[in-house]
Structure formats: C-alpha cells, structure tokens
Design a protein around this ligand. Structure first.
Ligand SMILES: *Cc1c(COP(=O)(O)O)cnc(C)c1O
Length: 218
C-alpha cells in the first residue's frame, strides 16, 4: 500500500505525512527505512517519548491540538505545527522559538467540519490574527498555509464541499496577506478515508495513518 500511495502522491506534488500515533518506534523505523521522512503525531507526550529514539532527520509534524503550556517542549525540534488555532498559541510559539533562535513553520487550522468538537479558527478569527500588530511583529514563526479536517461522514459531496471551502480560504489568505510570500503554499487536508477527495480539491499535504500502518489498537 505505502509504495503505491507514495508514488500516486508524488506524481501529483503532494507531501505524504505518515501519521504514526499509537504505533511503535519499530513500525516507524520500518517506514523510515523505506524512505519516509515526514511523520505526524497528535499528542505532545507521545511525540516526546518517541522522537529521541528515532533518526534526527525525521521531519516531525504536530497535527493535534496543542496546549500553550506544552509548546516549549517541542520548539527545539518540531518541523511543522499544523494545529495553530488561536493567536494566544501562536504568540507562545513565537516566544519559545525566539528563546532558542529558531523559526517554526506553522499552519492555521480552520474549523470546516460540521462537528462541534473539531478545533479550528473561523475566517473572522484568522483575519483578526493576521491583521494584529502582535502577529506583524513575529519573527520566529512562519505561516506556511492552512489545515483542516472534514466531517466524518459517508457523504462524499459534503466532504468535497468542506475541502473546497478550505482551499478557498487558503486562496483568499494568500491573495490578501501572503501574495509576496512563496512559503505560504500548504493546504494540509485529507486523511485515510478522504485523501483522494482532498487531493482533487487542491490538497498539498495529506496526513495518513491507518491506511499505511493499519488500524490503531485504541
Ligand atoms: C489521526 C489523525 C490523522 C490520520 O487519521 P487516519 O484516519 O488514520 O488516516 C490525520 N489528521 C489528524 C489531525 C489526526 O489526528
């Protein structure tokens, strides 16, 4: 499955983030040896337990909700934070990154699904953040695009509409705030069940777990 999936995505210029949450260091290493370098975890604690035991050239993506009090643990090594869902969180990332002299790539997470439980900004909140003096003064975070999760449903047209909405948000932000910023180019959308629709709707980065690693035990 992995090789065929990777080839398909590479041909379309889409980055594959292998979501390794709940899976062992051995399973991650196995995939690493087949060439995979981008891995995603959704919990800081689990990421901190695994990362020191794995090769240093792995690009770790934090894809789950991030609490401000945990930011400092990941700033020394994280490659990209997909789940920026408040200005307070972005301010904390800036502060911790400044301390260690790193610039951290981040995505703004948008709430595009119907479910109440999914985290993410509204467009108004994002505009407010991007227009704030506090954001304009930041030198240690680099906003590289957007992330979102579609509703978990069999209704593929609904999923498609939500991904299209996220892509439209991306296009608007690019035009209004990042026209001169070539690094603002990522649209992180699509998981095991809906990645094909996401890619058709303009995803540049898919986060895929169970399709590669098999079902999670918990
Ligand atoms: C777990 C998770 C994924 C991957 O889910 P699969 O259905 O196993 O592909 C993608 N994105 C986020 C934010 C996740 O938490």
């Amino acid at each position: 499955m992995y090789e065929a999936l990777l080839k398909n995505l590479q041909e379309r210029g889409v980055t594959l983030v292998a979501v390794s949450k709940t899976h062992s260091i051995e399973r991650i290493l196995e995939l690493y040896q087949r060439g995979q370098r981008d891995f995603g975890e959704n919990r800081v604690q689990e990421l901190l337990e695994k990362a020191p035991h794995l090769p240093a050239d792995i690009r770790w993506h934090l894809i789950g909700h991030l609490q401000t009090n945990k930011v400092r643990y990941i700033t020394p090594f994280i490659y990209m934070i997909h789940s920026v869902d408040s200005s307070r969180l972005l301010e904390e990332i800036e502060k911790q990154a400044a301390k260690i002299g790193r610039t951290i790539d981040c995505l703004l997470q948008f709430h595009i699904a119907e479910e109440e439980t999914k985290y993410g900004l509204s467009e108004d909140e994002a505009d407010e953040l991007l227009q704030s003096a506090s954001f304009k003064a930041m030198r240690h975070v680099r906003l590289c695009g957007v992330m979102g999760m579609a509703t978990f449903t069999d209704d593929t047209e609904k999923v498609r509409a939500e991904f299209r909405h996220l892509r439209n948000i991306f296009e608007r932000l690019k035009r209004v705030y990042f026209a001169e910023a070539p690094y603002f180019r990522e649209c992180s959308m699509g998981m095991s069940s809906d990645w094909e629709i996401a890619v058709e709707e303009g995803s540049t980065m898919v986060r895929i777990g169970s399709l590669i690693f098999g079902p999670r035990s918990k």
